[in-house]
Design a protein around this ligand. Sequence first.
Ligand code: PLP
Length: 305
Amino acid sequence: MKVSAQKIWFDGKMVDFKDANVHVLSHSLHYGNAVFEGTRAYKSDKGLAIFRLQDHTKRLLESAKITLLKCPFSKEELEKAQIDVIKANEFKNNTYLRPLIFLGDGEMGVYHLKSPVRVAIAAWEIGAYLGEEGLEKGIKVKISSLIRNSAKSSMNKAKASANYLNSQIAKAEAIDAGYEEALMLDEEGFIAEGTGECFFIVKNGVLITPPNDFSLKSITQDTVIQIAEDLGLKVLRQRISRDEAFTADEAFFTGTAAEITPINNIDTRVIGNGLRGELTKLLQNAYFDVVYGRNAKFASMLTYI
Ligand SMILES: Cc1ncc(COP(=O)(O)O)c(C=O)c1O
């Protein structure tokens, strides 16, 4: 994913893209403590609208609290800054927002509480994360040899940079093996999540998605559950085993970046008829109606620029 923008919001100021730099001795580069968000703004009929801005910003600050990063900006200041950075770049198309709270330079050593906390918000125009074709035809997924970070030793409710080492290795392994994404299991062998997505299956007309015991508390997963219930579909939050995934009628990923991406194959088992499933398509269309501001029932989820 190539990134291009004119301006980046950095520690309270709007700076030129080329000036948003850090020192090589920045603490986060060495010890991995940083938290971030991924938020989308969609090109609606009434201009760009940020989807669930307040929820993403709340999760950002909760992530910072979990990893002991004291953010010097309030939730309201961060929300305004995200709107400002889109305005400053004059983006006209779908945009991705990347707020990052991290530790700058000045102190080395594992003890991080003396390091300066810095905040940057970048934004760039974006298309489909797993490809336009992926949205329509689905993707091939490999169950990873890596187990998702354990609740005993890490904190998955934080969208923490450190948690993504596990994701990166799993994703690289899956791509190297000829797949498009990895699916990670929890310590007990049930499906946890993708490297940057939550997981759903459809079985006999019922939607099933795991509880967030071993995954990020996903805003898209929550949105999809709300939409499904609004459409009168039954949704179960329960653990999914590998064999249940193989024999699902439909399967898909959800995430801010991935939106709703159908899965057509897991570890060489064709899912359903190998095409985007009917309920997956119904939910995709309904999801796009919501994020593009075409469903008045969900209008409060949008912040217009
Ligand atoms: C590991 C992981 N799980 C799940 C998700 C989906 O979360 P959301 O729907 O809030 O973007 C993401 C993306 O943020 C993620 O990185």
